[in-house]
Write a protein that binds this ligand. Structure first.
Ligand SMILES: C[S@@+](CC[C@H](N)C(=O)[O-])C[C@H]1O[C@@H](n2cnc3c(N)ncnc32)[C@H](O)[C@@H]1O
Length: 436
């Protein structure tokens, strides 16, 4: 592809993304599946431009508005021109060369777009006048919530959520050690270093297509952010226990829990999505996990839950959430989120948590976790739950963390992980114990 054809493809993709609620990675995968003739270098370059567009949208919009073009400047084409000028340092000549009406190239800029190009010439994307939500690219309406959460560190926290995430792997302890995985990956020319907190974690220097890598095919490693691995550790499931993973999805955390239990005991992986649960089948097989039973529920109040009340040592509720802690990987999420989404998710999370808690036996423990950084979904949700369920108490992570591991949450009642402080995605996890 020519550089101009790459830009045209990126604009087409952004148009699809902005008109849809489908995750960006799925839209990209579909697009390239329909166009197998696009080679891997071009795929990489187009994807990078799409992600840069989503990541820099707040700053690009700020500049376009500041220069007086806000009324016509929020189309994908206008924003792409802004990205090229402000972030990639293109000048008017390069823009004319890229937007030249050639076959598979973008159309020539219209008069408004030409005005935008002239107005942005020579400026860098950052500016001292940009408020925190502009310089870290998130919606202004979220700022009061985030400021309440992070106080004076809000700008640093949000800036750390605005850069691409590294690729983390979890070594499957059922298949080998972390050292064995490092050696196996090196044979495929992949350099991996141990993560800071998780004893199973590896961080890769460069993103790779793991499907072709021997260690992945053999079930020795899985893709999993270090934060997710830490949530599984907090649950403290041990060999021989009975465990429910209530929102198991495609089994990311189920796999980590199973490895921690040395394949002994029982895990019921529940979800209301058959498609997601099906996604777990191959992963479980590849990892050599055989103590997991998958259970499709009609709703969080499925009859199965009532029938098994008080039967489990550990219950994980990895609740559906806004995903605000994963914005490094899903930069589109910040522009799609609405206040109404938060209201609806908080309601759903409350119903799920109330129902799943019935499964915990006296003396048993529940982890309520989200990949959100918003208090509405986290601390406030737990406060509400505790008020309605006085039989449960909070166990601070300091009292439950394995003594031989560094503790990312040594202080405070909950585990709160952020990219700025821990180098992980943003996560919240509360450990709750039912009284005997
Ligand atoms: C954050 S994701 C889980 C990710 C998964 N635990 C992992 O580690 O890969 C939340 C999951 O909750 C499921 N879910 C949504 N509504 C639910 C409900 N009412 N009851 C149980 N699970 C639900 C979704 O299908 C989704 O798979």
């Amino acid at each position: 592809m020519t550089p101009a054809a790459r830009i045209a493809a990126a604009i087409e993709l952004v148009e699809r993304i902005e008109g849809s609620r489908t995750p960006t990675d799925a839209i990209l995968a579909d697009y390239f599946r329909e166009r197998r003739y696009i080679g891997s270098k071009d795929r990489g370059a187009v994807s990078e431009t799409v992600y840069a567009y989503l990541r820099r949208r707040g700053q690009v919009d700020w500049w376009i508005a500041r220069q007086g073009w806000g009324r016509v400047g929020t189309t994908p084409r206008a924003r792409m021109l802004g990205l090229l000028m402000l972030e990639r340092g293109a000048d008017a000549g390069e823009i004319a060369h890229l937007f030249d009406d050639g076959p598979y190239h973008p159309r020539r800029p219209n008069p408004d777009e030409q005005g935008i190009v002239q107005a942005l010439a020579g400026y860098p994307i950052g500016h001292p006048d940009q408020p925190a939500w502009v310089s870290a690219n998130y919606p202004e309406w979220l700022h009061p919530r985030l400021e309440a959460q992070f106080g004076t560190t809000v700008a640093d926290e949000m800036a750390a959520l605005d850069v691409p995430a590294p690729l983390d792997l979890r070594v499957n302890a059922l298949a080998g050690s972390r050292d064995a995985a490092i050696t196996a990956l090196a044979r495929d020319q992949i350099r991996a270093v141990p993560t800071q907190w998780s004893p199973w974690g590896l961080r890769l220097e460069k993103r790779v297509a793991l499907q072709t890598v021997a260690a992945w095919k053999a079930g020795l490693v899985e893709v999993q952010d270090e934060g997710s691995q830490l949530v599984a550790i907090l649950l403290g499931a041990r060999a021989g226990m009975r465990v429910v993973d209530f929102c198991a999805g495609a089994g990311g955390k189920t796999l980590a829990i199973a490895a921690g239990m040395e394949n002994k005991g029982q895990i019921i992986a529940c979800d209301t999505s058959a498609k997601r649960l099906d996604g777990a089948t191959l992963r479980l097989r590849r990892a050599g996990v055989h103590n997991v039973e998958r259970r499709l529920m009609e709703s969080e109040r499925d009859k199965w839950v009532k029938r098994h009340a008080g039967a489990f040592d550990r219950v994980l509720v990895d609740a559906p959430c806004t995903g605000t802690g994963t914005w490094r990987r899903n930069p589109d999420g910040r522009w799609r989120l609405s206040e109404q989404d938060i209201v609806e998710l908080v309601d759903l999370q409350g119903r799920i948590l109330d129902s799943a808690a019935r499964l915990v036996k006296p003396g048993g423990r529940l982890v309520y976790a989200t990949c959100s950084i918003l208090a509405d979904e986290n601390e406030a949700q737990v406060d509400r739950f505790l008020a309605a369920h006085p039989g449960f108490r909070v166990v601070p992570p300091a009292d439950a963390w394995p003594a031989d591991l560094p503790n990312p949450a040594a202080e405070g009642p909950y585990m709160r992980l952020t990219p700025a402080r821990h180098g992980t995605d943003g996560f919240f996890a509360a450990l709750l114990e039912r009284g005997v």
